[in-house]
Structure formats: structure tokens, C-alpha cells
Design a protein around this ligand. Structure first.
Ligand SMILES: Cc1ncc(COP(=O)(O)O)c(C=O)c1O
Length: 476
């Protein structure tokens, strides 16, 4: 019998492979039909890439799940997809997102200048829903109030505490719809009981009665819900959702203006080739639960908003590295050294032990071995050695005499890594931000690539660190 000891054999034995995203032709990996070795030959590594069509694809998938579920249960309400901008603020992401009839959720004062720029470019308009979340410092409160005063009629500040509305009362001249964030309980194994974010359940009705009900400037429009662990089929998720819905119904009975709920973000993404998640089933259950709780309470079904971040942009991203060297540091642990850093390029790996899909890009016909991956910083934590599906990592055997380099890729890395890593700033051991390549398809479906950013250069670091003085602004 032929030996099955090549890397390709391992992957085919471990997973249903090829997948929707990954194929292998001539022992080289393709991501959504894009030959990654071609990209590497053109641009080199380390390299971040964004496969832009995946963004619209996922948005459309989510819209379809909600449409199907609403049709199945005769749901009397609408569904609005908002994009949670903090997942990735890049212009190329927002451009793609906004091609899909999508609205936005913000979390920072500095989101607002971005939205103004998108408005100037006619990518959003004054009817776009802008859900303003987060604990707000004065600049954020000011920017939100200014948008409302300028007639952005669907800006909805989501009140994070009982005092936030006082600032709008002082600054806003128009009428304004507001939402309240429900402070959910954390997962039982968490270090504390209730989320610090939002208004505690017992204060919500009072906040409405004392500050909104009799103030003609405000209408309460929405109750907002978000739990850290995401949308999961667990007793905890359903328990929290039901608690939240009961509070919505209590409010709806005394507040005729409230007609919407925001079920937050938290749709999961594939972080392993073994990923199993039935999106349609989960959305069906969510819609049925909302309908059931509202019917029990004799309350009309609300319009539903979501604000998916990772789901929108996570699966569009990847990072490709070269293996620089291998080091045997004792009798059995082999280290493959990458030409980048996990701590700085993929900080979730370091911070929350996040796993991503790891695959070899070439040499799928070689034998494989168990390895540890090491990053370039001097930090002992800059490593990766277990996958989501297995306690070990296996990659093709490196042959020191083989001039052909080994390349590897981490996939579905498109959400949060740049903002958490402080893209283009100063990072541990001055590891530069990698180059970033955008991949799209033209009208004929052909792959088109574009360099969004070169690898960070030393001048940009020296400027941040004060060695190169910033250009002087000419005096008037
Ligand atoms: C209020 C709020 N909405 C939406 C999101 C997006 O979550 P995700 O990226 O898991 O979809 C977050 C993430 O932290 C959040 O805090």
C-alpha cells in the first residue's frame, strides 16, 4: 500500500478537504481560488492580505439567514445589518461593506470623522443608521450631538449609563431617538457577575421614566444586547437573551415608541477547518425565541438590528510568512522561525489564546513533522504551538539544503488584529507592520491585486519616537 505520510495526506485524513475556501493544486495552496504562491512571488513576505469579495459574501449570507428565518416564522418586523466598525476601520473594508446596503455601529469619537468622510464620498447618507455605542467621553458626545443637529436622522446614541442622556439634552436642538444598552450577566465562569457595559436591568425602566418619557426631545427606540461569548447554542446565551427580551417587553408595555432590539455582534467565524456551526439554525432559534417571548407578553415583535464585526471581515483576512530557519533546542522540540511576530501581527493569539487556521502554502507533497512556531520578538510568549482542533502543529519537513523556501499562512485573521496590534505604530522589538495586499475580482471574475501598504519603514518609527521632527506647519 502506498505510504500516506505527506502533508497533503495529513490534511486530507484530518478534515473534509478541499473546502469552500481552500484548494491545493500542484502542492500549492489556493485561497478562494487565488494562487497564494503567485501573490508571494509578486509581493514577498511577511504579507497581510484581504480577499475583498468575502466581505460582501458574508453580509449577504447573514441577511439571507434572517430573511429565511423571518419568513418561516411569519415574523412581523424588519432586519437591519449594521457593521461594527471596530473590527476593522480600513477604508477598503468600509467601501466593501457599504456596497451591501449596510448600516454602522460605532464605538469611538474617532469613528465619527470616518463617517463624515464616507458621507462626503456619498457612501452613506443622512438616513444611514449609526448606532453609537460605548462609554462616551466629551468629544464623542459632542460629535454624536453634532451629527444629530445636522439632520442625520438615524443616529441612535445607545446610552451606556444613566447620565449620558444629560449631555444630549444640553447639546441637541433636534428630536432624537435613543437606545439603552442592557447590562447582561457574564458567563458563569467569568471573574465577575455583570458586564460593566450598559445600564443595569433594574435601572432601565427608571431611566426611561425619569429622563426620556416626558422629554419631547427624545424617543426611546431600541434596547441593545451584547454578550461577550457571542451567539452560541448554550443555556447561558438563551437565558441572557430571554432575560433581555423580557426587559424589552416590560418597556414596550409602557413605552409606545420602542420598536427595535439590537442583538449585538458575536456571530462566530471559522478558526479551524473542523468548524461546525449551523448559522441558519441559530438564527431560526433567535427569531423563534423573540417571537415567543413577545407573544407571551402580548407585545408586537420588534425590528431587529445586529452589529457583526468578526463575521463581516474576519474571514477575508490572512497573513503569509516565510520560514526563516529551524532550530532544535533540545532533543525533540523543533522551532520553525517565522519572518514576523505573533504578538505584534496577530495579538489575539497572544492576548486571548485565539487560534486561526494554519496551513502550509507550498510543499504539500513533503513529509510533515510536529513543530513549534516562533516569532521574531525576544518575548518568550511570541510562539504558536497548538491548533484549535489539535494539541500539536504539523508542517512540511524543512530541508536545510532545499533552496525552495517554505511558506505558511494563517487564515481568517481579518478582524481586530490591526487595531489591537496598533497597526503602523511602535511595536515590540520594533517589528514593522507587514505589507498589505488587497485581492479582488474584476467583472470577468479575474483576480486583481493591489498593494495597499508597503512594509513599515524605519522613518515612520523614528517620527513616532521623536527622532525625526514632524514637518513644521507653515505659519499663516
Ligand atoms: C457592542 C458591540 N457590538 C458588536 C461587537 C462585535 O462583535 P463581533 O466582532 O464578535 O461580531 C462588539 C465587539 O466587541 C461590541 O462590543
Amino acid at each position: 500500500m502506498a505510504r500516506r505520510d505527506r502533508y497533503i495526506d495529513l490534511i486530507e485524513q484530518s478534515f473534509y478537504f478541499p473546502t469552500e475556501e481552500f484548494t491545493v493544486i500542484n502542492n500549492e495552496l489556493y485561497f478562494h481560488g487565488v494562487p497564494l504562491m503567485k501573490i508571494i512571488k509578486e509581493y514577498g513576505t511577511p504579507l497581510k492580505l484581504t480577499y475583498l469579495p468575502k466581505i460582501g459574501h458574508n453580509i449577504q449570507d447573514a441577511k439571507r439567514y434572517f430573511k429565511n428565518a423571518m419568513q418561516k416564522s411569519n415574523y412581523n418586523g424588519s432586519y437591519t445589518y449594521c457593521y461594527c466598525t471596530k473590527a476593522s476601520h480600513f477604508e477598503f473594508v468600509l467601501n466593501e461593506v457599504l456596497k451591501n446596503d449596510v448600516h454602522v455601529e460605532t464605538s469611538s469619537a474617532y469613528d465619527i470623522p470616518i463617517l463624515r468622510e464616507l458621507y462626503n464620498q456619498k457612501k452613506i447618507d443622512k438616513d444611514t443608521f449609526i448606532l453609537c455605542n460605548g462609554y462616551k467621553r466629551p468629544l464623542y458626545l459632542q460629535y454624536v450631538s453634532e451629527l444629530i443637529n445636522e439632520g442625520f436622522i438615524n443616529v441612535i446614541p445607545i446610552l451606556d449609563n444613566i447620565r449620558e442622556i444629560d449631555s444630549y439634552d444640553a447639546a441637541i436642538t433636534n428630536h432624537c431617538n435613543v437606545g439603552i444598552r442592557f447590562a447582561s450577566d457574564e458567563e458563569p465562569k467569568f471573574e465577575f457577575y455583570t458586564s460593566r457595559l450598559g445600564v443595569r436591568q433594574n435601572d432601565i425602566i427608571n431611566l426611561y421614566k425619569e429622563k426620556i418619557e416626558n422629554n419631547p426631545k427624545f424617543s426611546l427606540k431600541m434596547l441593545h444586547f451584547f454578550i461577550n461569548t457571542g451567539v452560541k447554542d448554550t443555556a447561558y446565551y438563551w437565558g441572557e437573551l430571554t432575560d433581555f427580551l423580557n426587559t424589552y417587553c416590560e418597556l414596550r408595555k409602557i413605552c409606545p415608541t420602542i420598536d427595535s432590539i439590537d442583538i449585538g455582534g458575536g456571530f462566530p467565524i471559522k478558526t479551524s477547518l473542523e468548524f461546525k456551526y449551523n448559522y441558519q439554525f441559530m438564527v431560526d432559534q433567535i427569531i423563534d425565541t423573540i417571537k415567543e417571548v413577545c407573544t407571551e407578553n402580548g407585545v408586537p415583535e420588534p425590528n431587529i438590528f445586529s452589529e457583526f464585526g468578526s463575521f463581516t471581515v474576519g474571514e477575508s483576512g490572512a497573513v503569509l510568512y516565510s520560514l526563516l530557519d529551524q532550530k532544535l533546542q533540545n532533543d525533540k522540540e523543533v522551532w520553525y522561525m517565522i519572518d514576523g511576530s505573533f504578538i505584534t501581527n496577530l495579538p489575539d493569539m497572544w492576548g486571548i489564546n485565539q487560534k486561526f487556521i494554519l496551513l502550509a502554502v507550498n510543499h504539500w507533497d513533503k513529509k510533515y513533522k510536529k513543530v513549534h512556531l516562533g516569532g521574531l520578538t525576544c518575548d518568550s510568549q511570541d510562539y504558536y504551538y497548538t491548533d484549535a482542533h489539535s494539541a500539536d502543529i504539523y508542517l512540511p519537513v524543512l530541508n536545510d539544503n532545499d533552496p525552495k523556501k517554505q511558506y505558511i499562512g494563517f487564515f481568517h485573521t481579518g478582524a481586530y488584529q490591526e487595531s489591537l496590534g496598533g497597526y503602523g505604530g511602535i511595536q515590540h522589538c520594533l517589528i514593522p507592520a507587514p505589507k498589505h495586499v488587497l485581492i479582488d475580482r474584476d467583472e470577468d471574475g479575474e483576480v486583481v491585486t493591489k498593494l495597499f501598504a508597503k512594509e513599515q519603514e524605519s522613518d515612520s518609527m523614528l517620527k513616532i519616537l521623536g527622532y525625526i521632527k514632524k514637518e513644521k506647519v507653515p505659519s499663516k
